[in-house]
Ligand binder design. Sequence first.
Ligand SMILES: [Zn+2]
Length: 438
Amino acid sequence: MKTADLIIENGLVLQYDRSSSSGISSIAVKDGRILDIDLPDRIKSNYNADSYLSAIDKIVMPGFVNTHSHVSMTYFRGLADDLPLMEWLNDHIWPAESKHLSAEFVYDAALHGCAEMIKNGITTFNDMYFYCGEVAKAAKKIGIRAILSEGVLDFPVAQYQNSQEIIDYTIKQHDKFKHDELVQIAFGPHAIYTCGTDTLQKITKLAVARDMLVHTHLSETKTELEDSLKKHKLRPAEYLDSIGFFDNKVIVAHAIWLDEKEQSLLAEKNVAVAINTSSNLKLASGFAPIKGYMDKGVTVSLGTDGVASNNNLSMLEEMSYTAKIHKLLNEDPTVLPAEDMVKMATIEGAKALRMDNEIGSLKQGKKADIILLNTRDLNVQPMYNPYSHLTYAFSSEQISDVLIDGKIIMQDRKLVTIDEDELFNKAEYYRNKIRENK
Ligand SMILES: [Zn+2]
């Protein structure tokens, strides 16, 4: 008899390398990792555990990997909607940020945002904002895995006078979290229209030397494309390639206005893409050429973007919208089948963040980042195929339990690591404060 810390018993376990009808299994977890996955009887006869979690009537699957977010924008949710991107940023979001941003604000907002991610089954998120040291504190308090970057811009922003100060801060944070179990620091050059060539090249050099991920926004709007053609005589991805930016571990968010040549360039340079369908729809930014990316072998993952532009953090909603919209755009209902969407939200996200050795699927030896979904719910009965239901029928309300690093972070939809009432009180406090100053 071997010992485990926890056994998740009798669930419908989704293992991508087996057939989708692999049946009911149990999972033994030890030291934050998956020790074994096998038939319930075998796990029962081979392992003793300190605690047990019943997964009867539940789907057991890897947690969602959200590859593009601004988690600290929680308190700007619903502040301004139904506007074009630049007007929304210039007249609403940036003024509100310049009035309210502080370390304390970011910590409180990130705490709420991380808790909200858990409620949506997200176990890893890739974030860009300011005061990432505060976001790290919040992520660690909740117990969620995070890749954090400080947005680099070439003008005074947040607590910074210039981009060099932001780069210095990033390096300091990278040193601080180098060996952290949950938090990783990445470089976050905001976009080609907010960072000059010098800044982008400086970041490239540092990222290569330190083996850091680089997270940026690319071709979110048609204006960005037109400006790049005017300024650089090159399309945005061609310009980034011309300055050596892609000779690195890069993930680009949005990636909407890329032509065939740019799509092939991303494949060739192993640049991963984070698709943000809800945000792109709401800001009418356009549609990323997902089928083109997949045909060319680009790693495609899903992000929620911030709740100021989405306005929620549901990965299940991103999966459903993305699949349906791209079937329509391609006039082909076979495009983006359900199983591909589940993988896009999990293992492909892990690949995009270069973490697929550790997370993104349920496999012996991988981190125990696991979510459970309740199937005893009229909304998802009967169930023939879990992948179909995950993409087209489930909502976040049916996500019952979340484990990260083998620790239970949510059980029966109750957060374990934080008091929800505190979050409600803070949300009301900041709503009043922001409203007064508007
Ligand atoms: Zn963004």
